[in-house]
Design a binder for this molecule. Sequence first.
Ligand SMILES: Cc1cc2nc3c(=O)[nH]c(=O)nc-3n(C[C@H](O)[C@H](O)[C@H](O)COP(=O)(O)OP(=O)(O)OC[C@H]3O[C@@H](n4cnc5c(N)ncnc54)[C@H](O)[C@@H]3O)c2cc1C
Length: 419
Amino acid sequence: MGTPERIVIVGGGVAGFSAAQELRSRGYAGALTLVSPEGLPYDRPPLSKGYLLGTEDAGRILLAPESWYAEHGVEVVAARATALDLSGYRPVAVLERGTRLGADRLLVATGALPRRLGIPGGERALALRSRGDADALRRVLVPGARIAVVGAGLIGAEVASAAAALGADATLIDPVATPLVPAVGEDLALRLHAMHGERGVATLVAAPAAIEDGTHDAAPHLVRLAGGRAVAADAVVVGVGVTPDTALAEAAGLEADDGIVVGPDGSTSHHAVFAAGDATRVRRQVAVVRGGPPAVLQRRAEHWEAAVRSGQAAAAGMLGEAPAEVGAPWFWSDRHGVHVEAVGTMDARQAPGARTVLREADGVPVAAFLVAADGHLLGAAAIDQPLVVRAARRIIDRGLVPDPDRLADPSVDPRRLAR
Ligand SMILES: Cc1cc2nc3c(=O)[nH]c(=O)nc-3n(C[C@H](O)[C@H](O)[C@H](O)COP(=O)(O)OP(=O)(O)OC[C@H]3O[C@@H](n4cnc5c(N)ncnc54)[C@H](O)[C@@H]3O)c2cc1C
């Protein structure tokens, strides 16, 4: 493949935007078009935080001001792609109203869609993925409103926290007694979940069975729970995960398996089509040895930084250049006024023989480390301790073997942990 002269990116989320930004910073000087039905790309994490609370407006959450696109020669087309035509040598994005955008390289960055509740009446629940969804949610999160949130994972917990802060009466429903254990480990998950009750959010351990018309308490909705209980609500919100939006890619015949299958450089099963972000799943060589294990399909990342990095990696791939090395995965979440971060993996089920080391302050766990049987650090999570997570990240990325006593000792300056 020669040097591309025209690149089209389908999807203006943070992955598509980061790819455009990276293409320009790598010196790509050809035509660059970003197909983004919602117009100028904006950031999603604030939708369940500052934007939902009303402390950040639509302008604040843009990934770049309008002037950036003109300065960097990025044309934003506010339309939806309805198909990818891969019948010729050059891929073509077909837009609504029939416009055809041919390209030397095409990037699919269509993101993910909220998983719906597969129960009778499940379609009544509001989901949160787009700015429009957040606007709809803001209208119902008013003082005194009864809000039932189904799913106490990252998004559900953030929505319940925002609801409480706005004076609504939130009930968080999840069949798992302590959600997020695989993401942050058991000790921090327990502490985080307990915060809901402390901040006035009711928590129920139950599976929803149906959402019906409210017939009592003048509530428009009634969430029926398995076991017979019911929760009356003015609005029901669902936060039970996402599914990759692979519709365009699959219809065009690209390989997909719970995500568009990509290499570490975003390459897909078509020579000129790349993909990035929440829509994808990376196939990576775990050990580069002759006759060694075959490449394995990794779990989808579904976090902001992973989407940024995969957009950057695909930009490199589209230019025929090597992507930057990826380090341990990282994410953050904010709820009830605290900041949670995690790096690597805290999922002890995936690491037989691993043990958890806790760092406590006044008897309360503030950080947890998952240490492998051979002493290597697999992951860390922390509440309001960004420096600890930064140090843990360095330890993991450099393959260091930390001293567990120093990890646990709150008097050890986090900046000295990776030395
Ligand atoms: C409410 C919320 C809060 C979050 N908070 C955090 C957080 O605190 N920390 C964290 O690490 N991560 C967080 N995330 C996750 C993070 O935002 C996502 O991982 C990231 O946005 C994924 O980026 P993406 O570009 O792959 O996909 P998206 O952001 O989903 O963007 C995909 C874009 O593609 C467009 N598209 C889809 N189909 C088409 C088509 N046919 N034609 C053209 N365009 C199309 C969509 O309209 C969308 O704009 C949060 C996500 C949400 C929704």
